[in-house]
Ligand binder design. Sequence first.
Ligand SMILES: C[S@@+](CC[C@H](N)C(=O)[O-])C[C@H]1O[C@@H](n2cnc3c(N)ncnc32)[C@H](O)[C@@H]1O
Length: 384
Amino acid sequence: MSLALCHTPYGDFQLAPFPARHREQLKGWCAADLLLLESAAALGLQGSALLVVNDAHGALCCALQPLAHWTDSKLSQRAMLRNQQRNGLVATPVVWSVDDPPAASVAVMRIPKQLDYLVYQLQALGRALPEGALLLAAGMDKHLSPRSAELIERYFGPTQRHRGQKKARVFSARNSRSGSSAHDSDPDHAATAGSVEATAQYLCEPAGGVLTSRPNVFSGQGLDQGSRLLLQHLHRVHPAQVCIDLACGNGVLGLAAFRQKLAQRVLFCDESALAVACARDNARRLYDHERDAFDFVHADGLNTITRASAQLVLCNPPFHRGHTLDTFTGQRLVRQCARHLPANGQLLMVTNNHLPYLPLLRRHFTVAERVGADRRYDVLLARQ
Ligand SMILES: C[S@@+](CC[C@H](N)C(=O)[O-])C[C@H]1O[C@@H](n2cnc3c(N)ncnc32)[C@H](O)[C@@H]1O
């Protein structure tokens, strides 16, 4: 167990990351969290006037006990709840990224990796927070874009860059965009919380038409090379009554399976609220007359689906965990599939060819083989 004591100006908290592997090396907080907490404490901030944004593992919410946590990530919510429970704290209510953030006089934010998502969040905060509201935003130097300060200034208000500490940096800004409408947004970035405007789109023949995207959704500008390879090998699976598009992103794999009549029903699942919303947009637009054939679940993989419900799972698993290259999340999803699928149930997945997924599949499934490959990717088919 990777539980460790995190010393903050608000007290000490036992924190662990989630998910955590056996003998996890990662901590449940980073220097950017501590810098934010020190900046907030210096201003005497705590409690229901505060909104926390993008708390990775709950360190900010444990210390600040804010009005709400505005996030896209089911994994982050699970991490926060576990850490609050371990420390005997009340659970912070979560507001998902697809909804507007609640009005608060201060927002304490971990700056997200995707710039389109940062812009989306800044625009929504600018509209929702009162004029003059304070934003404290921090990130690790190696993850910050040279454009972070400029974007905060443009989409939220006058911004100050503060001293760095332990390779982390904090910015503060005052809201000058209060009440601005969704249409005042920058033409480069049309996405707005609460509205469903898409940020990008591309034509995907196998899925049956144009796929739109939303901020923070994987491969919004074009079909990922790994997903393309998997689609070339879709015909390898037996048709199923129900298919799960696991870690669905914009829904491309499940929509293609549906179009090719490999599944009568498709359940789309992702840990990102915006990804699930994006898959729903695409399913409704392309197959509106068959909308009853689709279900959408915002969840950490199959963890909330207790009974076997599908005979086929399609998956292009995540290769990152936050900012780090990592196979742990993908391996967890494979193990969930092995538990979920009934006898003869199939998992078709695409993986980077240097990653050891085939031995893992062979350990957890009755048979597993490579059915396709290119220079970078393998397509693997496993059956129970
Ligand atoms: C490589 S992308 C694949 C997206 C889409 N299937 C495609 O082929 O374009 C991986 C997706 O996994 C999602 N993801 C990561 N961890 C997850 C988890 N524990 N449960 C569900 N989805 C997860 C990410 O949000 C991301 O959308």
